[in-house]
Design a protein around this ligand. Sequence first.
Ligand code: FAD
Length: 451
Amino acid sequence: MPTLPAHAHYVIIGAGIHGLSTAMHLAQKLKIRGTPVGARGRRIVVLDKSSVGAGASGIACGVIRNNYFQPAMRELMAHCVSVWETDPDAYSYHAVGYMQISPEVMHQQVGEIYEQQKAIGYESVFIEGRPASQKYMEGIFHDWQAKNITSVLHEKRGGYANNMASLRGLTAKAAALGVEIIEGVTVTALNKGSRSAAIASVETSAGTITCEEVVVGVGPWVHSIWNMLELPQSISVKGRDGKSHDGVAMWHYMALQEGTLGVDPNFLKTNAGAMPPVVHVDTDAPLYSDRNGALITDQLWGLYYKPDFHFGGVQGGAMPAEVTRPADEVRVDPYGPQSPEFVVNDNFADMWTSALAHCQKRFEGQHGMYKKEPSGGIGCFTPDSFPVFDRFADNVYIIADSNHGYKMIGVGDLVADELLGQPRALLEPFRFSRYATGKSHPVSNSPFPWS
Ligand SMILES: Cc1cc2nc3c(=O)[nH]c(=O)nc-3n(C[C@H](O)[C@H](O)[C@H](O)COP(=O)(O)OP(=O)(O)OC[C@H]3O[C@@H](n4cnc5c(N)ncnc54)[C@H](O)[C@@H]3O)c2cc1C
């Protein structure tokens, strides 16, 4: 059984992107202040019930983009991209860029994103109109054929990173700074002190550890820690229209649908022979099966894809599926591809490979190359599907990214500042109080809940 120290100043639960990034940035900032980290200084201990990357961060497709309709998300993502850019090798970050390719129903909103990207100095190009969009895409991929496309937003920054490689990079940096990462330890309870609401100790499968601060970065398991803190299962949410909705479930789950076409990743090079930007297409053109010509949908649909040597093919996904059961009844473990219930099925394979063929001729007839291996995983979402970054019970900092988050490596940097007493304006729009005060984020026309 792993050995725990009796006390740590900071106990961080979860060794995913948020737990590790917070630990690493915190150690960096303490060192700059001249505060030693470790047994003879402030101890930072990261606990994980399994191992580094055992959660959503270890299976994420790894797409890193700025394209968000919500100004607060865009500004936060710009910060996150700048953190990825600090050390592309250690984070296994590929700065190939990102494209949002959209139908008319999204044209105006994506145009607003472009204008605001200009305003914050985030480099992108916006192409408008059907013929200009087609021409722009053919300039990158000669076989481009997606229908009903009237705008293309091409972000020159962002791209993707390799999930486990970036976590290993973060782990190495954190450990070198004195952070202790202890695997195979499950947090089972958070104990209050006798005289305050603050958490005084963390109970685990390997014993109890006293602490000053707790950071929660447990991704899809956030609901269980929320229960340990006895926080409300349902809340009132005031909409942007000023109307209150009572009894809204605090957490719900969605199943992320992703897969890989087992072709050589070089199959998707650009006309110039380069690795392409990550491609995200939404369209309202009818989608027909590449297998048998049957209509799959005539509603708005979307997909994203990229060539990826790490996944061994062209990898990507489509819209998530709602998990209709209440959060309490969802079995999060075993997680990801090991789950007996939440892996993608043949409908996804047909939809996604047909969507690829809809977009580029080179994918026609390639559906047989789809890798028939378990993939996908669930995410835990907030009422508005945007993150909550906030303190609870005085000294518990919850990082609940509502499944936006592998790309959000910069959140740990900001949270570390807040743990050291410096509030960060970029996190302010993500406080829990927004549900009561009606300061919610605007909603886009995208078929994805996180755009
Ligand atoms: C299939 C899929 C694809 C995705 N693709 C992308 C993408 O392309 N881009 C993007 O930005 N985001 C993507 N996401 C979302 C992203 O992966 C998550 O938002 C993010 O990784 C969450 O990070 P985390 O650190 O909060 O949690 P996780 O990475 O889930 O880590 C949580 C850790 O906490 C540990 N833990 C849980 N409970 C306890 C406990 N009680 N005691 C101790 N340890 C515990 C777990 O073992 C786990 O290792 C994707 C998600 C999925 C499921």
